[in-house]
Design a binder for this molecule. Sequence first.
Ligand SMILES: O=C(O)CCC(=O)C(=O)O
Ligand SMILES: [Fe+2]
Length: 366
Amino acid sequence: MVAAAGRSSGREPVMGIIPPKQTLPTLDLARLDAGPSERQAFLEELRETARELGFFYLTGHGISPSLINEVLTLSRRFFDLPEADKLSIEMVNSPHFRGYNRAGLEHTRGLPDWREQIDIGAEREALPFDRSAPPWTRLQGPNQWPAALPGLKAPLLRYQAEATALGIRVTRAFAASLGQPDDVFEPIYTPAPNQLLKIIRYPGRAEGEGDQGVGAHKDSGFVTVLLQDTEPGLQVETGQGWIDAPPVPGTFIINVGELLEMATGGYLRANQHRVVSPPAGKDRLSVAFFLGARMDSTVPLLTLPPELAARARGLTQDPLNPLFQEVAKNFLKSRLRSHPDVARRHHWDLLDPKDRQGDLPKASAY
Ligand SMILES: O=C(O)CCC(=O)C(=O)O
Ligand SMILES: [Fe+2]
C-alpha cells in the first residue's frame, strides 16, 4: 500500500479511468462571503474535496503575507541558534509538553522521525497541580520561550491566534456543508479550543540514513493549518498512491483531523500523510497549527441529512490507535506516547507500571 517516497504506487494507468490527480485541489475561502450561490458552490466543493482527499490548498484566507514571512524568518532564526540555547527550552522541563525537541526523539511506525521542533500551546497559567484532578488539567500552562530570541513570542502568539480563527472559520464551513448549523461544534471549542502550534525543521538527508521526516499518520483534531517554507517534502495518500503537496506561495494546506472524521461518521476523511526528508545539503521548515476541541469536551456524533449519511464511510478503528470520543483521552494518550521522557519525569502516575522505569520506551509521534 505504501509506495516508495516521491513516486506513485506504480500501478499502470487504466484506459477510460480518470488519471490520478497529481496535486491537491485549491479552494478559495473568500467564496464563502461572495453571495448565496457562490457560497453554496464553495461549500459543496469543500465537502466533496474533504470527503475524497481530506487535504487541499486554501487561498483567500486573510492572514497577511507580512505575518507569514515574519513567522518563517523567526522560525529559521530559532533553529539557527546554538544548540545550548535551543536545549534551554527542552520539552522535558515542561509538565505541559511545551518546548523544544531534538531530531530523532520521536518515532512513527518504529522509525525515527528526522525533525527538530518547538511545541507551543495556548499561553495560560498552569492550573494547580493535583494528581487526583482530571489528568488533562496538567496540560494547561505557560510555553517555554528562548531567552536568546526575545522577539519570538509575540509574533508566534499572534500567528497562533490568527490560525485559530481561520481553523474555526473552516470548521464552521464544514458544519454548514454537512447541513448542520454553522455553530454545531461551538460547544466544544468555546470559550477556548485546544491550540497546538508546531514549528518544525527537517534537516537534509544524511549519508546512509533513512528519508523519514515524519512517518505516515493522521492528525487528530478538527483541522490542521499548515504553512510550508519553500522546500517540498509533504506527501498525501490517495487511491492512486502518494502524491506530493509542495509549497504554493500565499496558500495554506488544510487537512481534516480525526475529530471531524469521527463526528461525521467517516463522511469527512482524516487522511494519511508523511514528510520525506529533503536531500543532503537542504532543509525544510514548516509551521503546523492543530485546532482541537476543549480538553473537557466530548465529540458529538452528527446526524447527517439522509443523502449525505448514505455516503458516509463509517469509522474504522485501528486497534493500535483506538479513538475515543472524549477529547482529553485522545490528546493525553498521544502526548504521553510521543514524549516518554516528559511522561516519566512529570506524569509517572499516568503510565503503565512497566513503563515507569528501565529503558525509556520509544517515543512515537502519532
Ligand atoms: O511538516 C509538514 O509539512 C507536516 C507535518 C505533520 O504532518 C505533522 O506534524 O502532523
Ligand atoms: Fe500531520
